[in-house]
Design a protein around this ligand. Sequence first.
Ligand code: TXE
Length: 491
Amino acid sequence: MRTYGNWIDNRWAAPSEGAFIDSIDPTTGEVWAQIAGSTAVDVDSAVRAARTAFTTGPWASMRAAERGKLLCRLGDRLAERADDLAALETRDNGKRTVDILPGLQTWLADSFWYYGGLADKVAGDVLPVDVPGIFNYTRREPFGVVGCITAWNSPLLIAIWKIAPALAAGNTVVVKPSEHASVSTLALAEVFADLLPPGVLNVVTGFGDRCGEPLVGHEDVRMVSFTGSVPGGRKVAEVASRTVTPTVMELGGKSPQIVFADVDLDDAAHGVAMGLFPPAGQSCVAGSRLIVHRSIQDELVERIATVAASARLGAPTDPATQIGPLANEPHFRRVLESIARAEREGARRVLGGSPVTPEGTCGWFVEPTIFVDVDSASDLFREEVFGPVLAVVPFDDEDEAIALANDTSYGLAAGIWTDDQLKAMRVADAIEAGTVYVNNYFTSATQSPVGGYKQSGYGRENGTAALDAFLQIKSVWLNTAPGIANPFPQE
Ligand code: TXE
């Protein structure tokens, strides 16, 4: 079993209080590694290393074009080491290796290639200000040290979506991954060690209150990018407000999938099931509310149930596995409690709902679960389960479908399944969410922004918007006229 310290200044550093946290493999339930249980002292060491790297040394003097080429090399390195990193993430959080690997080899490596290409395209403006004798221009500048806090469901994806634009903008970074899944992020930093100058990328691990909060509140951390739950985001935003630190919030969701009566029922069944069950519901954009035209509800639910029930649950390292375990025991218990609460609220379970123990696992698995007769006022309709649990509600007309879809405090994503593209565009315009899928789900690309409306957060990841989030604007006014007038001329 390996014990990991913090990654600070391109080297391992033991936690100041000598505390460690067990990393538990959700497939076996066994401790497979240990990570540092860090405190404000360790956070301060990391921030100081990042600050030094930002103000002095090779990173501070590196030209944007050189920085861009370096980021492209990080993308190459990520693709080269994808197998090792994917294996670590599977042990960290039970995500299927076959789901992690392609990302690391292609579209996550592309994050570094895409932002590497943008690094020397960060331009300011010369403004045609109507002020005689004045030349005005702007510069877009990095913040300095930025703090990146990530969740356990896709640690490498979430960290890379922050690290790549943050570095492209010229910042230095301190990452605090989730205490439930920190190893793959630590390994990512180590894999980059010979490419990045010391202090440019640092990783400190530990609990949210003891390690995450000191990072957010540190006076030298000039911007924070957070990915996690709404409660977690609220706490981070509150602490950040004390030092007026700007934040980006990528929070939870309870995303609707609207199915109109004009679709092919097998296609819709495949699509809705694909929008929730493969990651065991553990995706922030998972489509966990099915809003279906009343005329096809029973038939569609039956077909979704057939598709979902056929999924093979098992060890995430087994290529034959189609749904892996829930990522940690507390979350496994929370999902079961959500199911029990849904039944107490009167919803009718038509599929699943029970834990299962596939061979060779410790049993932190929950069957794909479907509830109908769901009250739109119930917790099941309103609260994120972050598990393989679909809540079904019927509608009769388009306006009612839109109203039900938007009847949530969240606004992260939505799916629309219809054969009528004009209807799809009309409904997409009316949906209050940062991402809308039409006849597809979970699709993403580095070029396209991701983020929430309402309490799903603010700010964007991916696209040029993510680079803008890691930059601040300075306006410079040059006086080109001779002499400076006396402010108090005497007659
Ligand atoms: O979140 P938590 P989890 C959401 C998903 C779900 C949640 C699951 O919807 O709601 O994340 O991840 C740290 N000060 N998304 O349970 O508990 C904590 O240590 C500073 C949305 O991990 O909020 C961890 O590192 N830090 C997302 C991180 O916050 C604190 C995609 C998240 O923890 C802290 C994926 C504090 N007071 C999951 N408290 C999206 N929208 O893209 C906790 N942390």
